[in-house]
Ligand binder design. Sequence first.
Ligand code: FAD
Length: 286
Amino acid sequence: MKIRDLFEEKTVFSFEVFPPKKTSPVEVVYDTLDELRDLKPDFISVTFGAGGSGNSAYACEIASRIKESGVIPMLHLPCINFTRAEIDSTLAEAQKRGIENILALRGDINPDIPPVKDFEHASDLISYIRSKGDFDIAGACYPEVHPDAHSLVEDILNLKKKVDAGADHLITQLFFDNDSFYDFREKAALAGINVPIEAGIMPVVNKKQIERMVTTCGASLPRKFVRIMQRFEHDPEALRDAGIAYAVDQIVDLAASGVDGIHLYTMNNPYVARRISEAVSGILGK
Ligand code: FAD
């Protein structure tokens, strides 16, 4: 089933998982998938390392496993470090396994890996995938501006190119301030971007995540969020509960504003995904 068709029926609720490290067997993620499946998400997406991080060979295998369990899979596909032949082979593998949904990405540029340049931007990959078969294609978008872009206007105009190239729907980078999403959505609409936009929500439930958020994520941290993190950072249980509550609060507000969908960055943590799913099930109409 194509994910684009789901948006006509409901507020889509999806999960994201990542493959295990190269040193671990792929099976370590299977228990997580079984638990996530029981929560009946509309789809589960699998990340794919643009080069160096994670084990991308696992990504197709995990997407297949999701499909076998009765959930719609989406395969992330970054292009910056891959040749056209490598992209062809991944798309062929996806087709063989009946994976119809692709999140087409550029991938982060790693200073240690010179880009291949067969595809420079996600929009190049999107047009290419369009020419290769009847895939559902999603793209990434950035309510608080992609770090390489000079302005929100430039970034949104580039996003429009992605949609014109054939993106069926979009998923946002994580954010903690819903107002940044509402501003972005309004500007995207003014630019003529009229495909569904799922909001990416990341529950911050442990100290390691807080440190990562503060140093690398680039998302603005509202005062309420910072207060919660500072108050509970040394109390793991309180921090977990507070992080879940914050994510639920964001989702309730987004649902009230008519969001097209919620994409939950599960961090492979089914306990947290369950708590959030249960809290919002009535709101999202599941
Ligand atoms: P692009 O759309 O190519 O945009 C990158 C930059 O180029 C932006 O500044 C944009 O404004 C500009 N730009 C875009 N098109 C044009 C154009 N035609 N002309 C000029 N400038 C242009 N990374 C992974 O490696 N693996 C994953 O699995 C993964 N999953 C992700 C999932 C989501 C939901 C999100 C939001 C990001 C994910 N990423 C992943 C990270 C992503 O690869 C990086 O953010 C990357 O730096 C940009 O990818 P993009 O597809 O948005 O690139």
